[in-house]
Write a protein that binds this ligand. Sequence first.
Ligand SMILES: [Zn+2]
Ligand SMILES: [Zn+2]
Length: 737
Amino acid sequence: MAMTQSSLLIAEDAPESGKRAQVLVPYPLSRAYDYLLPGDMSVQPGDYVRVPLGKRDTPGVVWTLEGKDKIDPAKLKNIQQKYAFEPMPQVHRQFLEWVARYTMSDLGAVLKMSLSAPEALQPPKTANAYTLAGAMPEKLPAARRKIVELLSDGVPRRAVDIAREAGCSAALIRSMAAAGQLAARPASSPAPCRDINLDDTSLTFSKDQQSAADALRKLAGAGKFSTVLLDGVTGSGKTEVYFEAVAEAVRQGRQALILLPEISLSAQFLERFERRFGTAPALWHSEVPAAQRRVTWTGVAEGKTKVVVGARSALFLPYADLGLIIVDEEHDASFKQEEGVMYHARDMAIVRARLGGFAAVLVSATPSLETMVNVQQGKYHYLQLPARHAGAKLPDIHIVSLKLAPPSRGKFISPLLEKALQETFAAGEQSLLFLNRRGYAPLTLCRTCGFRFQCPSCSAWLVEHKRFSRLQCHHCGFLQNVPRACPSCNDEDSFAACGPGVERIQEEVQGLLPDARTFILASDVITSPNMIRGAVRDIEDRKHDIIIGTQIIAKGHHFPSLTCVGVIDADLGLSGGDLRAGERTFQLLHQVAGRAGRGEKMGRVYLQTYMPEQSVIRALAKNNRDEFLAVEAREREKAGMPPFGRLAGLIVSGPDEMKLDQFCRAVAQKAPRYDDIRVLGPAPAPMAYLRGRHRRRFLIKAGKEISLQKYLAEWLSTVKVPSALLLKVDIDPQSFF
Ligand SMILES: [Zn+2]
Ligand SMILES: [Zn+2]
């Protein structure tokens, strides 16, 4: 059918069948829009296409074939190109729609998370790989001889790799190829993690591990939806057990995804994976270089890549046939994305499993309250690994009341912990001091006039970093030098540091044990996965005696010689007024405590606190997780808080405080009133000023049976957000800053 150019033609008369398709593009648009098909093109839903959008072209996905817009075809644009690529599976498209509906996000913004390597759609640029060809002249110049030596192992290499390894120019390689000394052929990067070793006879499981592995294998192979919690203390061998479920899914010809928090920090995890499967997994996180992303994305979409290990964004890769998801450290707060599409990767993983008809396995030593309640209500299967692997013992936990045995003036380590550090050092063992605060001091003030250094763009104090002799804002990154004179009263050298950061603790330890080798493990000191790997190796090799670390130390590392852990401020984190503050603190401290004595030796843990009677601290001391969760659950149920009720947050922000408040009042007035829904706010957010924007929050609270999305849609449809302001919806908020 020829395409008409008449602008008089109304939509009802437009040529319909097969000539239009609705294409979703990865931009913040709520739905797919109509495009015309050029005469010789046919598409099906899921096909990747290139379409014009405004002045540029963008990749997109054919969402439906039926054009729904009653738009004059003369105003529609043509699909420019159909990519030669497997279509996005229907179940994946359903998943994206589900996520968009649930999080109240634009469908296009959700698609963007799937089109995370758009260059993968383009045909690969073929680079050549070189090998030695034929006879070489007797005498070669040194540079050429180096290339010949390098290639004499017979492994084909790309020009860039030869240039790097042999220290020569790419031009020299080309000229040798032209002279017939090197043979060139197109190089292609194969999909990662294609062939994995499924049967591992070297495994020796304990009885508990074996029965948990058998149960998981059965669920993973059942070909139907289920959720299971694999609950086990640190070091109980959970990872090896769930690897058996991964093997089962792959054995059935399907793909498996392992979600991990802070993937870049887990070098030890990757080593275990390689030991079990004889190959590295396909990695997916923000630091994977673009070229590798492209190869991995393609391998996943074509079904060649069998196992992906990734951060939360890996959930949105367009798997050809996903058949299992493991969510390791399911309680971890980093599974919640707080920017853009605000989703919880653990919860969305369960949705993905339900849509795909397979098993989701949640794994933790300190499961979230949500998950435990689901177990108790019989919604999730439950597997427990009770005993510690290899017979190691759980540490002794001591509560140090800072009221009864305070540190001396200006110090932060109590006499009891000092003594433990000295004894541990004398015994030739390692200690860890945990304080979740980077820098030297969280607040710097003038002793003369009381002036405090504050960030100009945030309601936050500037943190002193002695390493860089700077003051820094930990929210927006603002930096300034420490001035000589007070900006307020001009007194010189009048500044005092208030409170401890890890740098200050290091200073104190150096005064206490001048011979001990100390080391700071914090995200501003250790900035890349390689540095973390190096630091972990140095600790294992006992190059450090006392490690002072922030929460990056809490993640899954195993240090056999570490026998003493001191938590400088166990109360930190409990004071935030956050719904999950107690739960998070318990999880974090439990993980840190789990660092002690994981080898042959018994560990001990000292928790410094001003609130020894607090339920979190008491449960920790008893090492009684279930008691803690039971107390926490009772309190939440009484208050109708999640998981016994629903919450949503509205965050409104803008540069002009008056206009913001005016708008928020108007929004509040429009809130539809129902008996069983409470709207709290607007109130200044705890971070009332962030990166130059003022912030207000609403909190919407309702019973479990109520759809907050429907309520919010009804409410927000009456609201027009001015362009200077930003209104964000946060369903199931995890943070309340
Ligand atoms: Zn002053
Ligand atoms: Zn700031």
